[in-house]
Design a protein around this ligand. Sequence first.
Ligand code: ADP
Ligand code: MG
Length: 340
Amino acid sequence: MPIQILPARLANQIAAGEVVERPASVIKELVENSLDAGADKIDLEIDRGGHKRILIRDNGSGIARDELELALSRHATSKISCLDDLEQIMSLGFRGEALASISSVARLTLTSKPATQSEAWQAKAEGRDMAVQLQPTAHPDGTSVEVLDLFFNTPARRKFLRSEKTEFQHIDETLKRIALSRFDVAFSLKHNGKLLRHYPKANTEASRQKRVALVCSAGFGEHALNIQSQYQGLHLHGWLAVQSSNTPDHQYFYVNGRMMRDKLIHHAIRQAFEGLLPPEGHAAYVLYLQLDAREVDVNVHPAKHEVRFHQARLVHDFIFRALQDALNQATAEIAQEDST
Ligand code: ADP
Ligand code: MG
């Protein structure tokens, strides 16, 4: 075969392989876009575990009519413009791939109205070249994205979709992770027409605690130890607890607002809990690490689950020590209570 440039849809489908694994990954990308747009109210409607339909509506800044086409194109982003921006990234997105990828493997409609524009516009990317069609419509300030028939044109991917129930659980978990990262935003989730989750805005310490209880469990919300620590530009705060093995895992760790599954962090946490866990127990935590954005590289994985710390040792030891101190202090207090 001669060398040829791939048609836009095919190129986007290949890119989609890395970021769009299942309905929950669509939710993650779309909610992150709404958060980056400054929304403080995000509503999700899902049908049939998201295979059939995903609708997300936000009250964020919106996308101007003239930019809708770009928003659907690959490598088009409003979030970075140079390498320097990438090195101190504050937004969740930056790759400019999500909307193009999703619309290459589903029927995606993007509808938006910035507050400064008098009418709303709707865009779809169709055909092999993903030519964008625009039409005027009605919509309040903000953006809606509707995704129908996920993987309808990629049978290999569709085969990996699990049952409606399993896909919904992944979506639910994705929303939990996000809800724990942004207490200042209200979220709701409907499945097959039923309102199943509602996390109202939580702007006070008491309401934040309430959201943690709602997302994790009442038990965790009540018994978790509050921690707060800082050292050399590193800040760690959040909640931790020891849980018995029959409760579901609550293990959430955020780096600059981004949920992470990171080996180095896991190791530090495991070490801190060592010797304190009863045989059947496990560590439960909701923790937030804050540090200078230039000290971490988030561009390690397309789904951004991993980070690279420039000073890995320092970060590891800081987390370990902060947790160990908090746990030791709590254990000492319990011992003291027991002896009096
Ligand atoms: P990225 O988030 O990496 O920039 P996306 O493909 O997810 O790439 O989105 C492309 C662009 O579309 C974004 O940079 C943003 O300007 C715009 N956009 C997407 N979703 C929204 C939204 N909900 N509200 C406002 N703008 C949005
Ligand atoms: Mg994005």
